[in-house]
Write a protein that binds this ligand. Structure first.
Ligand code: AMP
Ligand code: MN
Ligand code: MN
Ligand code: MN
Length: 273
């Protein structure tokens, strides 16, 4: 059984259409898939899960949130994508993404990097606009050599394109997930590069806000990290989740269905579904 509970499609910043993502999941032996696009459930409108009976599709989402000025991601799993509280939350997040895109574009323009908004909107093609769309713009216009450099110079942590003030607080985001009957998972805890003390503050606040699970495994990771997150998860009595955070084919470090196994002692998030 392979549960890949964190993936992206063209509804946000992934490069496969939802149905192609499902096909790739089936080909890679995934038995349970969640498409967790950034701040949208639009993928589910075009997903026909009956075409691959070997794969159970669990509706999900990855919500951006602002925790003490940091951009933290909360994955909602096993949600009702049509729930009205969640729909209202998503409406706010989509608006936040638009406002943020305008701010990022204005800042890039001030730096002499051209007027990106129209081109980025075309690149997103109806998807929620994210920094990867700006990265593509910067590469296409020859301002940077590649994606990595785009994030390093302009879009990554603390750079001019890293605009965080528009995201909703964690308790709101978790509230929408819970209202939609879902399980709230703290996504990729190691990505935030927090000290152990800060990470503990984050997980404490996450639990107080109604969070239920920790993404113990995100892609292929070291045993040291898996042990650390497994211990934290056990300590806090949280459920454990896992996924590839797949975005595009051809990324050797991230493939759908391929990631470090959850330790045997974990209580998996799907246990009570
Ligand atoms: P956003 O959702 O607009 O805040 O953009 C965050 C997304 O950008 C992440 O989900 C990744 O897909 C991508 N990303 C973040 N950091 C990097 C990086 N250093 N290089 C390439 N992509 C990145
Ligand atoms: Mn992404
Ligand atoms: Mn994320
Ligand atoms: Mn993700």
């Amino acid at each position: 059984m392979i549960f890949d509970l964190h993936t992206h499609s063209t509804a946000s910043d992934g490069s496969l259409a939802p149905q192609d993502l499902l096909e790739r999941a089936a080909a890679n032996g995934v038995t349970c898939l969640s498409v967790t696009d950034h701040d949208t459930v639009d993928a589910y409108a075009s997903l026909n899960s009956s075409t691959f009976p070997g794969v159970t599709v669990v509706p999900g989402i990855e919500l951006s949130t602002n925790w003490t000025g940091r951009n933290i991601h909360v994955v909602g799993l096993n949600i009702d994508p049509d729930n009205s509280d969640l729909a209202e939350g998503i409406r706010q997040q989509k608006l936040a993404r638009l406002q943020r895109a305008e701010t990022i574009a204005a800042r890039l323009e001030k730096r002499g990097l051209g007027n990106s908004l129209e081109k980025v909107t075309l690149l997103a093609n109806g998807a929620t606009i994210g920094r990867p769309h700006f990265a593509r713009y910067l590469v296409d216009e020859g301002h940077v050599a590649d994606f990595r450099q785009a994030f390093q110079k302009y879009l990554g942590n603390g750079k001019i394109g890293d605009v965080r003030q528009f995201w909703s607080p964690m308790e709101d985001v978790i509230g929408w997930i819970r209202a939609a009957g879902g399980t709230a998972v703290l996504a990729h805890p190691a990505h935030y590069k927090l000290t152990n003390t800060r990470l503990r503050l984050l997980t404490d606040d996450f639990i107080t806000a109604g969070g239920q699970a920790l993404e113990v495994v995100s892609g292929t990771q070291t045993k040291q990290l898996t042990d650390k997150l497994n211990n934290l998860c056990e300590d806090l009595q949280l459920l454990a989740s896992c996924g590839s955070d797949f975005h595009s084919p051809g990324n050797s470090w991230s493939e759908i269905g391929k990631f470090t196994r959850l330790p045997a002692n974990c209580r998996p998030v799907w246990e009570h579904w």
